[in-house]
Each structure stands twice: as structure tokens, then as C-alpha cells.
Design a protein around this ligand. Structure first.
Ligand code: ARG
Length: 462
């Protein structure tokens, strides 16, 4: 009885250890890259005379059959295979016999996994770039509809100076354009082929790494075999690039949540992106932007996890590295869905122009213009003008008015030194004029905003 129990325990342990050791349940995501890499490797081996033409043909046909079986759902992923590399090779050998056993010549799973994973990251960098470009396009086209819509610009979440809403949206277009460029430069930096590094030190076989690199779309082979099998910088870079883009998504999500609150009412999100409360029947909750904001935390976690996994690893490959994939898959999926949802939210949001413009009448948004006027027209030192303007703001407060609503007498009576100020100051305090006065490069005036939109359109069409 005791013996039997021990046996059961042993079997259970074996099963748990198999599960613990295996990566097949998640790295099957890499099947297409694995098969692509193996086909390129077999072609190179044939070019070098290491495989015969017939052997290579059999391998390639067999690999394509495995691919079909996986894609049709026929393929049974089993723990016995341990990982996607063993799964594909084992099935290949079942199908074609002897030549299948020759495929792994001059290759190790260490350079194989580095190649598959890098191909995956490169593929995803391209598709995420395309999505980001679409997102920039959406921000630019909504911006172009609102280049004269006033919105209070804020610092410290306090009313500061009037902007146009298009200009505000272009800030996000800039962020997502930088994200695009980050994916682009990471792609370029990492576009080198690991295949042929073998286990850690290269191989005595007469391989041609340039050939496999070219077949797989890389710029050239990596330079150092041991560095290559230990390197996961490319994975860290995509995790960082995703984290940064998600941080930007989270910031617009946060603004959407604020703007759709009762206190702001600047925008209304389409009903699809909100839910009702299970208890409060009147409610419309901004769940979708809240999830965009929330998922950002989890994407940061994936970056920190891999940085932590990598920090203490001696050279070269260590099994710890198998922990690199799940976080990347998760971050990539989160990125893809988040961009596409944000894109729809921005396209379909309803902008409450009146609410935005009325909100500009609170908080003396054109106070800086008053000081700027004194500096420009009366050659007053800015600091002196600043203190005089404070008196005008106090006057407005005492009358329960916004600075843009004061008449000339009220302005003149707010400080002895302003008693002769020209009536033209009223034009400078006008909120729309205030926004349009900011014509400096990168400023908010409608004219500047329109030229920024032109620059974006050229970029989008390049
Ligand atoms: N499943 C492994 C990984 O994801 C593949 C490489 C295994 N190499 C090894 N020497 N055990 O990292």
C-alpha cells in the first residue's frame, strides 16, 4: 500500500515537473516563426551540401504539413514535447522519417529560440507600427475639426491659458508618433539574425549565416554567438516601447474619464464604451478608458519581470530565459487591443464645444495676455507687469467676473498705474484672441495648429 502511494506520488511529481519545465503551452504562439526559421535553415544546409536536395525538399514539405496541421487545429500539443521546437521537429520526423533527424545539424534550441522570438518581436513591431500610424491619423483628423474650438489649457489641473482643442489632441498625435519611431528604431537595432550561433560558441559545420539571415529578412547575422544566445534586449525593448505607448494611452484615457465626468462634460463617449452600474440606475461608467489605464500597470509589470529575470544570469543560455515569452505575448496583445479600442473611442467621441468654450470663461485664462500686453506695448519689465495683472485679477474676482469680461473702467480702476491704459487691451483679453496670439513655433494659435497638422499629413503620407 505504502509502495503504491509512493508510486502515485512519483508519477504526480513527474507530471508536475513536466509541466514546470515545459513551455509548449505558451511558446506554441511561435509555431509560424519556428517553421519559417527551420525552412531557411534547411535551405542553407542544402546550399552548403550538408543536406541533399531530396532531404531538404522532404524537410520543407514536411514542415509545411506540420504548419497546416497546427493551423487546422489537428495538431495535438502535448507536454511530452516540452517546447514548440521539439514539437515541430518530432512531428516532422514522424511524417518524413530519417531526413527529419538531420534538420537540427549545426543548430541548437538556444539559437533557434532566439531566432523565433526575435522574428516574432520584429513581426509585431511592424504591425504595431501600422496601428500607431492609424491612431496618429485619427488624432490628426479629429484635431483638424477643432482648430477653433476653445478649451481651457491646464497646468496642475488648474485653468491656465486658452487652447484650441485640436492643439490639445495634437499633443497625443506627437506622443504616438514618437512611439512609432521607437518601434522603428528598435526594429532596426535588432534586425540581426541569431541563427547559426548554435549552443553558445558557433559550430564546426560549414554553414552560411548570411544566407539564413537574408532568407529570414534580417539585415545580417549577429556578430557574437555567445552574446546572441544570451541576449534578450530585443524583447526588453518591445516591452519598454509598449509600456511607453501604454503610458500615453493611459494619459488620454485619464483625460477622457475626467472630460466625460459630470464636472467637465467636455466629451461624451459612445455608449458602447460605457457600462451602467448594477446598483445605481442613473450611472454611465467609463469602463473602457479605465481598463486602458489599468492595463498599463500590467504591461509595466511585464517589463520589470523580464528586467529582473535577466539581471543575474551568467553567460550564456540559462533556462530562466524561458520566462521571457509570456509577458511579451501578453503585452503585445494588450497593446494591439488597446490601440484599436482607443482609435474607435477617439473617432466616435462627441465633443461638447459649448461646454469647453464656456469653461474658458472661468479662471482668468487671458491674465498672461494682460501682462504680455504691458511688456510689449509699454516696454514694462515682465515682473512689474505680472504684479499689476494680479491687481486686475483681484478686481475681477471682487466683481465676480472673469478677466476677459472686465470693461475698460474696471481695468483702469484696478491700479493707479493702469489709469491710462489703452482700450485696445480689451482685445488682448478676449479668449479667442489670446489663443490666436500664441503664434510662436509649436504654439496653440489656430494658424500654428494648422501648420502642425500639415506636417503630420506629410508624415502620414510619406
Ligand atoms: N523552451 C526553451 C526557451 O524557451 C528553448 C530553449 C531551450 N534550450 C535549452 N538548452 N534547454 O528558452
Amino acid at each position: 500500500m505504502a509502495n503504491q502511494n509512493n508510486q502515485i506520488l512519483k508519477n504526480t511529481n513527474a507530471q508536475i515537473l513536466d509541466e514546470f519545465n515545459a513551455s509548449i503551452m505558451f511558446d506554441k504562439e511561435l509555431y509560424a516563426q519556428d517553421i519559417r526559421g527551420s525552412i531557411a535553415h534547411s535551405q542553407m544546409l542544402a546550399e552548403q551540401g550538408i543536406l541533399t536536395i531530396e532531404e531538404q525538399k522532404a524537410i520543407e514539405t514536411g514542415l509545411l504539413q506540420v504548419k497546416n496541421e497546427i493551423e487546422s487545429g489537428e495538431f495535438k500539443f502535448s507536454l511530452a514535447y516540452e517546447d514548440i521546437h521539439m514539437a515541430v521537429e518530432t512531428r516532422l520526423t514522424e511524417i518524413i522519417g530519417e531526413p527529419g533527424k538531420r534538420l537540427h545539424t549545426a543548430r541548437s534550441r538556444n539559437d533557434q529560440v532566439a531566432t523565433d522570438f526575435r522574428l516574432y518581436v520584429q513581426d509585431k513591431s511592424l504591425s504595431i507600427k501600422a496601428q500607431l500610424k492609424e491612431l496618429v491619423d485619427t488624432f490628426v483628423s479629429v484635431a483638424s475639426k477643432h482648430t477653433t474650438t476653445l478649451i481651457p489649457g491646464m497646468t496642475h489641473l488648474q485653468h491656465a491659458q486658452p487652447l484650441n482643442f485640436g492643439y490639445h489632441l495634437l499633443a497625443y498625435a506627437n506622443m504616438f508618433k514618437r512611439d512609432f519611431e521607437r518601434f522603428e528604431s528598435s526594429y532596426e537595432r535588432n534586425n540581426y539574425c541569431p541563427l547559426g550561433s548554435a549552443a553558445l560558441a558557433g559550430t564546426p559545420h560549414n554553414i552560411n549565416r548570411e544566407s539564413t539571415s537574408e532568407k529570414l529578412g534580417f539585415n545580417s547575422p549577429t556578430a557574437h554567438a555567445m552574446d546572441t544566445v544570451s541576449d534578450r534586449d530585443f524583447a526588453l525593448e518591445i516591452l519598454f516601447n509598449i509600456s511607453t505607448a501604454m503610458m500615453h494611452i493611459s494619459r488620454i484615457a485619464e483625460e477622457l474619464i475626467l472630460w466625460s465626468s459630470y464636472e467637465f462634460q467636455f466629451v461624451r463617449m459612445s455608449d458602447e464604451y460605457a457600462t451602467t452600474s448594477s446598483i445605481m440606475p442613473q450611472k454611465k461608467n467609463p469602463d473602457v478608458p479605465e481598463l486602458l489605464r489599468g492595463k498599463t500597470g500590467r504591461v509595466y509589470g511585464n517589463l520589470i519581470s523580464l528586467l529582473t529575470v535577466m539581471k543575474g544570469l551568467p553567460l550564456a543560455y540559462n533556462k530562466d530565459t524561458q520566462e521571457d515569452k509570456e509577458g511579451v505575448f501578453d503585452s503585445v496583445k494588450t497593446m494591439e487591443i488597446s490601440i484599436s479600442i482607443l482609435n474607435e473611442v477617439i473617432k466616435t467621441m462627441i465633443v461638447n464645444v459649448d461646454k469647453m468654450q464656456n469653461a474658458c470663461k472661468i479662471g482668468h485664462l487671458s491674465a498672461t495676455d494682460f501682462a504680455d500686453y504691458l511688456v510689449q506695448k509699454q516696454n514694462m519689465p515682465f515682473r512689474t507687469a505680472y504684479y499689476l495683472t494680479k491687481d486686475v485679477v483681484s478686481k475681477a474676482n471682487s466683481l465676480n467676473k472673469d478677466i476677459s469680461e472686465l470693461n475698460i473702467d474696471e481695468i483702469r480702476s484696478s491700479n493707479e498705474e493702469l489709469k491710462d491704459i489703452n482700450e485696445e487691451i480689451l482685445m488682448f483679453l478676449d479668449l479667442r484672441n489670446s489663443m490666436n496670439a500664441r503664434t510662436s513655433l509649436g504654439g496653440t494659435s489656430t494658424s500654428q495648429t494648422l501648420s502642425q497638422i500639415e506636417v503630420f499629413k506629410n508624415w502620414l503620407n510619406r
